[in-house]
Design a protein around this ligand. Structure first.
Ligand code: ZN
Length: 297
């Protein structure tokens, strides 16, 4: 498909407006809310007491595998694949919450394709940015939540004969997170710590969640932990990585949880509760990622 044909297809899909998808397979329910709160470490009792779902769960209620029905996003994605833009990486996700979803109601997603921009040269290769909106409706016609979602569909570079390219998924380093990445480079697992009340927190942020202080320091963690939860990522392909790989949530004795890859053992041997220790893996000339390997017995 040519550039002009891609643009025409994108225009056609945008003109469809909002297209309703299949309703969620199950109504909003307490067991799933309970799982989610436990996984997130959210101890606020108000959700289950009042029969309300945490707003960030919006997508949980309507995700189905395999996905049911078609959406206006499917054709542009297939056309980009066909034109060689087979790589995909999510670049933006903005959610807006209108009201709480209530236990017992069934949510229905509606998708609106809004934009296809490109071709653009990016660090990953030449690609198109596709943007769409999903609005979730509950009982009645008022929206519960909506999401703007943008992906980059890119033409993966061929590695043959080139020197090792920079690792394509660089973390966003800012004044709140720089200490963490500098720590990784020097072989330290640094956990943000409130300089006033001493509370540790991860991921880093601008304010203490207990006393609201903005005075920050960090604690160097022991580098030991246990696996709290994990997923094995098989698909889709991730730039710069070989699948499958394991993404774990590691509980540290210091009292916080950290997300990182579990490496050094086959994905099939990973299990919740296993003892891990941190290892520092250089991804390119600039970036070192803390990963987790099984602790020797
Ligand atoms: Zn504090």
């Amino acid at each position: 498909m040519t550039e002009a044909e891609l643009r025409e297809l994108a225009g056609k899909q945008a003109a469809l407006g909002e297209v309703r998808g299949a309703p969620g397979p199950d109504p909003v329910n307490a067991p799933m809310i309970r799982h989610w709160l436990a996984a997130m470490g959210d101890t606020n009792p108000a959700y289950l007491d009042k029969g309300l779902a945490p707003p960030a769960m919006a997508q949980v209620w309507t995700m189905q595998a395999p996905r049911q029905g078609r959406s206006p996003v499917d054709d542009p994605m297939a056309a980009l694949d066909g034109a060689g833009y087979t790589g995909v990486v999510a670049t933006n996700c903005e959610q807006t919450y209108h009201r709480y979803a209530r236990v017992g109601e069934r949510l229905t997603p509606a998708t609106r394709f809004t934009d296809l921009a490109g071709p653009k040269q990016t660090a990953l290769g030449v690609g198109y940015f596709a943007t769409w909106n999903v609005t979730w409706y509950g009982d009645g016609d008022e929206p519960v939540a909506e999401m703007l979602f943008r992906v980059l569909k890119f033409r993966p570079r061929q590695g043959a004969g080139e020197e090792r390219p920079p690792y394509p998924l660089q973390p966003a380093v800012n004044q709140d997170t720089a200490f963490f990445w500098e720590g990784a480079k020097s072989g330290e697992l640094r956990i943000q710590t409130c300089a006033d009340c001493g509370r540790l927190r991860h991921p880093p942020g601008p304010l203490c969640t207990r006393c609201r202080s903005s005075h920050l320091t960090y604690t160097v963690a022991s580098g030991h932990g246990t696996l709290y939860s994990y997923v094995v990522h098989h698909h889709p392909p991730v730039p710069g990585r070989e699948t499958p790989f394991v993404v774990g949530v590691v509980e540290l004795p210091e009292g916080v949880r950290v997300v990182g890859n579990v490496v050094g053992c086959p994905p099939g041997e990973v299990e919740i509760g296993m003892a891990l220790r941190v290892a520092y893996r250089p991804m390119d000339d600039r970036l070192v990622l803390p990963m987790w390997i099984p602790e020797e017995p």
